[in-house]
Design a protein around this ligand. Structure first.
Ligand code: G6P
Length: 506
């Protein structure tokens, strides 16, 4: 069996598993399929697999790499049907991608029901606890789907992996995969990476006990469980101790925490994902970004003395944890408390749609628009619109906003890392002051050069906006340079290869 497997053609030595893959498909009116390659930290990080020289070539004996992901919508399902599951490399930038067509209802329960409505809420501490969560029969049904969805990934990985291969499992969608995969293929080196924060034990224990244990045991099925910051790794270790009675020690050689539970040990790694400076600088200099800068400058306009107004910029998915509504309230408070800024500043809020299958996200998006309108009707004048809100995703526009921002507002309630905080200083034209939540993972690296806020405190955030707007050009440029250098310390390729090496070394 062992010999057979490693000599089989097309088996992979490196495997990555994530819910969202590097490409998504849509079906045109004429039935044709078009592929769109995605961006974001996860996608660019995992794309490094190709840079390792291990990617894309599924033909070499056990030498290739494969990315296993789920079909997310109708177009993806059609692509799986037409391709048989292994996508056309022309659509994926050469990567070998296996997309799983998990039954639609199972997928919806696992993705919307459990991953995004329960595990995401727990780790970002988003529940309004007087009424939620309430783990009822519907939850139990959805949990069974989450188990099946995780099992489908474990089956596919077990099929695709060469003997002794290395598997990197991503995120809260796939917490059960490491344990399930170990049962199927004990020969593999398995890592799990959490891109989210990890909840502290008192909050984590809201989950039903059996589920709380199952999730931890699932991840502990990995040889190495990694996190974006020390704080989130500690949260996980604390939950293992509190919920499973696991013991946590420090490895003297590496300094990493080691969790021992039920006879198995799992190392905890910390890998902060950084911005991809080279890519961003090149992309931000292109023509489409220049065009959008001109448009945005038109929106920002000039003050009564004909000086260009200042720009406070935010760029986010319209995500509950990003705290966009409180950000707007803080901006309103700035205008109320510091009338000298009226007519002299514009808040560009780029908030593009996310997880719109969930009512709470749709409502949140409406609330963002409502509060922006309210600010504009309270303070706006003939020639000045205080908040300019963009609700459609446009990467070139995001980069244009990054380049011209005087102040970047990054105030999440809780965030695994937050790459926007790292990307703005890298491409800023003129220097940009950063207002940063202490609850963002990025705070661990960028805190010393930012205006740090408690994200729940409107007055504190308004004061920080004022200070950031008032910062002189010299110190602002110096801070931006320091932010940019801290932000690019671990670019996606390095981030990914470091994890692979650490997992292989064991
Ligand atoms: C976070 C998660 C990712 C996820 C992304 C976008 O960054 O850690 O796993 O892919 O959000 O969310 P979506 O639900 O659109 O994939």
């Amino acid at each position: 069996m062992v010999v057979e497997r490693s000599s089989q053609q097309g088996l992979a030595d490196v495997l990555v598993a994530s819910n969202r893959g590097p490409v998504s498909y849509s079906v045109g009116d004429d039935g044709s399929l078009s592929a769109k390659r995605g961006g974001g930290g996860l996608v660019s990080g995992l794309s490094a697999i190709a840079a390792d020289g291990a990617g894309g070539d599924g033909d070499r004996d056990g030498g290739g790499a494969v990315w296993v992901c789920a079909a997310l919508g109708k177009g993806d399902r059609e692509a799986v049907r037409r391709s048989g599951g292994k996508l056309d490399p022309a659509d994926t930038g050469g990567q070998s991608v296996r997309m799983l067509d998990i039954p639609e209802e199972t997928f919806a329960d696992a993705y919307n029901g459990i991953a995004n409505s329960v595990l995401w809420f727990v780790h970002h501490m988003l529940y309004q606890t007087p009424l939620e969560p309430s783990f009822d029969a519907e939850f139990e049904r959805q949990w069974a789907s989450y188990e099946r969805y995780n099992a489908a990934f474990a089956d596919a990985l077990a099929e695709e992996a060469a003997e002794g291969a290395t598997v990197l499992v991503q995120d809260y969608h796939l917490t059960l995969v490491p344990g399930l995969l170990r049962e199927r293929r004990p020969d593999l080196r398995v890592g799990h990476f959490s891109h989210t924060p990890w909840a502290p034990p008192d909050y984590y224990r809201m989950l039903p006990d059996a589920v709380a244990r199952q999730v931890l045991r699932g991840i502990l099925g990995a040889d190495r469980a990694a996190f974006l910051t020390r704080r989130w790794a500690r949260g996980f270790a604390d939950c293992c101790a509190a919920v499973l009675g696991a013991s946590v020690a420090e490895d003297e050689r590496t300094g990493e925490a080691v969790v021992t539970c039920e006879g198995r040990t799992t190392r905890l790694g910390v890998h902060g994902l950084g911005a991809d400076g080279e890519f961003l600088r090149e992309r931000a200099g292109r023509e489409d970004v220049e065009e959008r800068i001109a448009i945005l400058r038109g929106e920002i306009g000039s003050d009564a003395d004909d000086r260009p107004r200042r720009a406070i910029v935010r760029v986010d998915r319209t995500e509950l944890s990003k705290n966009i509504v409180r950000g707007l309230h803080a901006y309103a408070r700035l205008l109320a408390d510091r009338p000298e800024w009226r007519g002299r500043v514009v808040h560009l809020a780029l908030a593009y749609p996310s997880r719109q299958d969930l009512a709470v996200y749709r409502d949140y998006m409406s609330e963002v628009s409502r509060v922006a309108d309210e600010i504009n009707s309270t303070y706006g004048t003939e020639g000045w619109t205080p908040v300019v809100l963009f609700l459609k995703d446009d990467f070139a526009r995001s980069l244009a906003a990054y380049r011209l921002a005087d102040v970047a507002l990054v105030n999440p309630i809780r965030d695994g890392m937050n790459l926007v905080a790292k990307e703005v200083p890298v491409v800023s034209d003129d220097g940009c002051a950063l207002v940063l939540s202490r609850e963002a993972g990025a705070h661990e690296e960028l805190g010393p050069y930012a205006f740090v806020v408690n994200p729940y405190d409107i007055g504190d955030t308004a004061r920080a906006l004022h200070e950031a707007l008032s910062m002189d050009h010299g110190p602002r440029a110096e801070h931006t340079a320091r932010l940019a250098s801290a932000a690019t310390a671990t670019p996606p390729t390095r981030w990914f290869l470091d994890q692979l090496a650490a997992l292989r070394e064991g």
